[in-house]
Ligand binder design. Structure first.
Ligand SMILES: Nc1ncnc2c1ncn2[C@@H]1O[C@H](COP(=O)(O)OP(=O)(O)O)[C@@H](O)[C@H]1O
Ligand SMILES: [Mg+2]
Length: 496
């Protein structure tokens, strides 16, 4: 047995990422690690690779208990990880990145750059990757960076390799090469852990599979014993924790319509409508294009073709400024960084964006501003000691209400929420849903990106599912988590 993970736990503040994770890997085995977004897969692997430390449980490597304090310590034991998000140094070359932190030194302590670059070039050529050792990493595409990560992980002959969803950005040929690498690693006696949603592609190289759900191992078996339908059942089915139930409104007039929106291979022919009073869920796996769609609608990324209509009128989008003028609001994933001046009073945050409206002829009308502040605090039921309270003192849910109120004050009618409940506790989640419901009741149209299947099922009136840049299907709000996952992950629907 190469690796044994027993009852590992990990918390981030109030968020439990891992409750009871168990997994074992033998020498020469390729082990698939599967589970919904947010199940805890990356966190578990980061613990094995020394990037995070567990709060409880134990990890045994070759029978010995380990608790790595850094990726370097893990690497010294022969453990390497190919990360989902690139951790490379953008200003350095491909070759330097591959050997970063373990450069060959001459007897005088000087890096033997020539030898290093030659080794890197050899490695790249052996695998036929479209890279050159002297290219700067910062100029590479996401796929290119992923390939550099892979070279880096295999360069030093590790005995346990972890791949965190490596192929979502790769081409077919590159994917084949990654599978060939996994095969070779297995033959050399190394263990491989491979995080993926692509079960069928990996049937030929995977030996066993472990499914994580909500931070706990729910199933482990030989890959050949697991059908697609069973896998989906193991993956989904989490509880929401707090029960939220929304009564759908009768949808009003059309607020947002997209026609054949296309951007490279990221967004393909997207069409959808959202009406006043509707909350439409946007489901999909990581990399499916949901965030990219929001960015395109908000004018952040230009699209190649297609049309966007707000309130029945086509809008030309050159920048977020145009989107805002058309009444579109984007509430991105990280609300702390974007949209809220946490050190300023709540009231200021509400009126900052519309200061000019409160300053006819250049003089600020304090009374009018105060009235606006009070109005929106009441309208969105923001729980605060008053407009003078610093925003940083509010709860997560109330901070988000401030961000939303700011948009309402600016006349927004179409709201794009990107993962509105990520990283907030259960109580705050309910507040967020109440705010969305309130917005919908006031006539707004809401598109909600979420990776949380129980939330989508309970909050959305309709659910659109994206897969690989396309809308792969639409489901009614009261659907099953299995139905969403099946559209999100697989080519054809699972029957029976
Ligand atoms: N650094 C972090 N701080 C706070 N929460 C985190 C952090 N990393 C992960 N989480 C949370 O832990 C849970 C598991 O995340 P992750 O391990 O990335 O899942 P997966 O890789 O299966 O999608 C999620 O709820 C996520 O929001
Ligand atoms: Mg992950």
């Amino acid at each position: 047995m190469l690796l044994e993970i027993k009852s590992v736990q990990k918390h981030f503040g109030g968020v439990t990422a891992l409750r009871d994770a168990n997994l074992s890997v033998r020498e020469g085995e390729a082990h698939l690690l599967m589970g919904e977004n947010g199940a805890g897969k990356s966190t578990l692997m980061k613990i094995v690779a020394g990037m995070q430390r567990a709060d409880g449980g134990e990890v045994l490597f070759r029978g010995r208990r380990v608790n790595f304090a850094s990726p370097k310590e893990a690497a010294e034991q022969g453990i390497a990880m190919v990360h989902q998000e690139s951790l490379l140094a953008p200003h350095l070359s491909v070759g330097e990145n591959i050997f970063l932190g373990r450069e060959e030194m001459s007897g005088f302590g000087v890096v033997r750059r020539g030898a290093m670059m030659a080794r890197a070039a050899g490695l790249i050529e052996r695998h036929g990757f479209p890279l050159q050792a002297d290219w700067r990493v910062g100029k590479l595409s996401p796929a290119g960076r992923q390939l550099v990560e892979i070279c880096r992980a295999i360069a030093n002959g590790s005995s346990l390799l972890i791949f965190d969803e490596p192929t979502s950005s790769l081409s077919e040929n590159e994917t084949k090469e990654v599978f060939a690498i996994v095969k070779k690693l297995k033959e050399s006696g190394a263990g491989v852990i491979y995080i993926t949603h692509r079960l069928e592609e990996l049937r030929s190289i995977g030996d066993r599979v472990t499914v994580l759900r909500d931070g706990a191992t729910v199933h482990s078996c030989e890959l050949c014993d697991l059908s697609r339908g069973q896998l989906i059942q193991h993956m989904v089915g989490r509880d929401l924790g707090a029960i939220y139930s929304r009564t759908a409104l009768v949808p009003g007039e059309e607020m947002l319509r997209l026609e054949r929106l296309t951007r490279g291979s990221v967004l393909k022919d997207i069409g959808l409508t959202v009406r006043a009073g509707e909350i439409v869920g946007l489901a999909g796996l990581m990399g499916a294009g949901r965030t990219e769609l929001c960015r395109a609608i908000f004018g952040v990324d230009a699209f190649d073709s297609g049309r966007i209509f707000v309130g029945g009128k086509e809008i030309g989008l050159k920048s977020p400024r145009d989107a805002v003028a058309a009444g579109i609001a984007l509430i991105p994933e990280d609300r702390q960084k974007s949209g809220l001046a946490t050190q300023l009073p709540v009231g200021w945050n509400l009126t900052l964006a519309s200061v000019s409206a409160h300053a006819p002829m250049g003089v600020l009308n304090g009374a009018a501003m105060r009235a606006t502040e009070e109005k929106y605090i009441a309208k969105l039921r923001i729980k605060t000691a008053g407009p003078g309270q610093k925003s940083v003192r509010l709860s997560g849910g109330n901070q988000q209400k401030v961000v939303i109120a700011k948009w309402v004050a600016q006349g927004a009618k179409v709201f794009l929420f990107d993962e509105p409940t990520r990283g907030i506790d259960v109580g705050a989640k309910t507040e967020v849903f109440e705010t969305m419901d309130e917005l919908a009741r006031q006539g707004a149209a809401i598109l909600m990106v979420s990776s949380e299947l129980p939330e989508l099922v309970q909050v959305a009136d309709r659910i659109l599912v994206m897969r690989q840049g396309k809308i792969s299907g639409e489901l009614p709000g009261k659907t099953t988590q299995e139905a969403i996952m099946s559209l999100a992950a697989f080519e054809e629907e699972v029957r029976g």
